[in-house]
Design a protein around this ligand. Structure first.
Ligand SMILES: [Zn+2]
Length: 232
């Protein structure tokens, strides 16, 4: 099983908002984290000036020249047992992650003397505010990591029996039909391989939406209608 960070979707969403060059480096870093099974939450990247002003007032930041405003910084927190862990920046794995970030050209806020900011990584590129925003925000492809529930290649495949089935029938074929009905939100309870009243009800509800006639008989027509919905 390839490793998927707990907050993967949120991480990708946040990474996608970075400036073009910062994004390239940040994605390299993120891939390294995945390869090494280092779990983090990237909880913030870009900030508006208004947000920055608020952070400044709260003392969470000390400058209006934040690299976040220009899309050249990210904030992350280690994740342990699927929970954020703010005391884990000294863990060996996180230290390794930080060293790698530095090798990619990031400056780490944990190294700062007067205002230690452990979640913070910033990428200077050609200086403050020099990054561009030409790439579309959502174009992040982690090509060498197998992942995402949305990926079509990883969709579970449903097998459906080819014969004819109806109320009173039993067996594995019925079980497959039941699993499919549940998957399609025509709930028939736990698949038990027995076509009883619950299955009959769910099956006819499915037919009433997707088939004609509604005859309570599973055959080639209903089978293909089900497969069509399952593979959507
Ligand atoms: Zn920061």
């Amino acid at each position: 099983m390839p490793f998927t960070p707990t907050y993967h979707d949120r991480n990708i969403k946040n990474l996608a908002q970075l400036g073009d060059h910062t994004k390239i480096q940040a994605v390299k870093w993120y891939k390294y984290l995945i390869e090494n099974k280092i779990d983090v939450l990237i909880y913030e990247t870009i900030r508006t000036r208004e947000m920055q002003r608020e952070y400044l007032q709260q003392g969470a930041s000390q400058t209006m020249e934040s690299f976040h405003i220009v899309g050249q910084a990210l904030d992350f927190v280690p994740v342990k047992a699927q929970e954020t862990s703010w005391n884990s920046y000294r863990d060996s794995k996180i230290k390794k992650a930080i060293s790698y970030a530095k090798s990619l050209g990031f400056e780490w806020g944990g190294d700062w003397k007067d205002f230690v900011d452990q979640p913070h990584l910033q990428y200077k590129y050609k200086g403050y505010g020099t990054d561009t925003f030409k790439t579309k925000g959502d174009k992040i492809i982690l090509s060498d990591t197998k992942k995402t529930s949305t990926s079509t290649s990883k969709k579970p495949t449903y097998s459906l029996p080819t014969g004819v089935y109806k109320k009173g029938d039993k067996g594995n074929g019925v079980k497959q039909i039941q699993a499919a009905l549940n998957k399609l939100n025509f709930n028939c309870g736990t698949p038990d391989g027995i076509w009883g009243a619950k299955t009959e009800d769910a099956f006819r509800r499915f037919q009433s939406v997707y088939c004609n006639p509604v005859d309570g008989i599973y055959g080639t027509k209903t089978r293909s209608a089900m497969l069509k919905q399952l593979n959507k």
